[in-house]
Design a protein around this ligand. Structure first.
Ligand SMILES: [Zn+2]
Ligand SMILES: [Zn+2]
Ligand SMILES: [Zn+2]
Length: 364
């Protein structure tokens, strides 16, 4: 059922175009209007109780109330919003449509009406339209409206815009008004912004950790590759180094590691003497042997020795931080062995491991 134009002076008993399955419209004559909607501006919009009641349970309830005089005219007052907004609202009840202009002009009023009179299709339409029209200037009003009309989607959108442009929103009249008259909402907003900040920090931290595990797993691969087949500068005894050949695919990591191994082999301070580079190398050896699956045939130096030492230590006490690191690196390694795209890295590997008591790892 559709009515072409609706204005306070329109009579809905006029002909109403009704689609009848085909391309053409047939015209159905509506009965005489049996109710008038009164607006704040003094307009009387004629309407049909059957239609109003079928779309809005709240209006249905009002229509069902017994009247004082059966002969008196049935009236529904809709006050507090402009006439044109009521007209657009009644129009929607008849034909489930409203124009973009009506949305532009009266979207906020229509949302209120759809909420108060329980018309979910109109409410959804308004939420969508208002969300598209959010600005720094209107976001505070919109937020208050979204809360009043129980529109969580719109509420969250407002909160996000507010969070991302807080400095500008703070300068608006809407914000000043809110601070003065709605301190609870202000508190809600500040809390949301705070939580948003910690959410962002947490995911940043997780991303950094994940990168660390992937880098360590790459370092583990390089360590094995240097110790079994050798790379440009370092390799096992009896294996010809590929000095003349192309460097391996992970060369930026591999080269840093080779330098570290060379240093470890010749440094006379060693870790007990307080050499940081040796300490790093030792930690990489230890990490390797804790995830190494092939102790018997493994060519990485110290692999077996460290494993035996760890077994003895485990009997005494386990270090949960190392256990976690081993698990994470092993799973990052399994993932990268599957299908991770190759990441380009031009600089030497640099890793922070605050959680493991290691401040920074730099193979250079
Ligand atoms: Zn290599
Ligand atoms: Zn050293
Ligand atoms: Zn090993």
């Amino acid at each position: 059922m559709a009515v072409k134009t609706i204005s306070p002076t329109d009579d809905f008993s006029a002909v109403s175009p009704v689609a009848s399955g085909g391309d053409y419209l047939t015209y159905r004559v509506l009965p005489e209007p049996d109710v008038f909607i009164h607006t704040s501006g003094g307009a009387r919009i004629p309407a049909h109780t059957s239609i109003l009641a079928s779309v809005s349970p709240v209006l249905e309830n009002m229509i069902d109330q017994p009247r004082k005089h059966r002969s008196s005219e049935r009236i529904i007052p809709i006050h507090g919003v402009p006439c044109e907004a009521v007209t657009a609202f009644v129009g929607f009840l008849y034909c489930s449509r409203c124009t973009e202009e009506q949305m532009e002009m009266y979207g906020m009023h229509l949302l209120t009406l759809s909420h108060v009179y329980s018309v979910p299709q109109l409410k959804q339409r308004c939420i969508k339209a208002l969300a598209e029209r959010l600005t720094i200037e209107n976001v505070v009003d919109m937020l208050q409206l979204a809360r009043l009309c129980n529109a969580p989607d719109l509420y969250i959108k407002c909160m996000k815009l507010l969070t991302n442009h807080f400095k500008s929103v703070e300068a608006t009249e809407g914000w000043k008004f809110l601070q003065r008259y709605d301190p609870w909402l202000e508190l809600d907003i500040l809390r949301f912004m705070d939580e948003d900040e910690s959410r962002k920090k947490k995911s940043r931290r997780q991303r950094e950790e994940q990168r660390l595990y992937i880098e360590l797993s790459e370092a583990m691969e390089c360590l094995e590759h240097i110790c079994t087949e050798g790379c440009t500068d370092v390799g096992p005894y009896g294996v010809e180094l590929r000095k003349e050949k192309k460097p391996c695919s992970k060369f930026s990591t591999c080269r840093g590691l080779q330098l570290l191994i060379k240093h470890f082999a010749t440094c006379n301070k060693r870790m007990n003497g307080g050499c940081l580079r040796c300490k790093r190398m030792w930690q990489l050896f230890r990490l390797h042997s804790s995830i190494c699956q092939q102790t018997d045939s493994c060519k990485v130096p110290l692999c077996r020795e460290i494993q035996m030492k760890m077994q003895q230590q485990e009997k005494r006490k386990e270090d949960p931080r190392w256990k976690l690191l081993e698990r994470k690196v092993a799973s990052a390694r399994a993932l990268s062995a599957l299908s991770l795209p190759k990441r380009k890295r031009d600089e030497g590997i640099r890793v922070t491991m605050n959680n493991y008591g290691i401040r920074s790892f730099n193979f250079k």
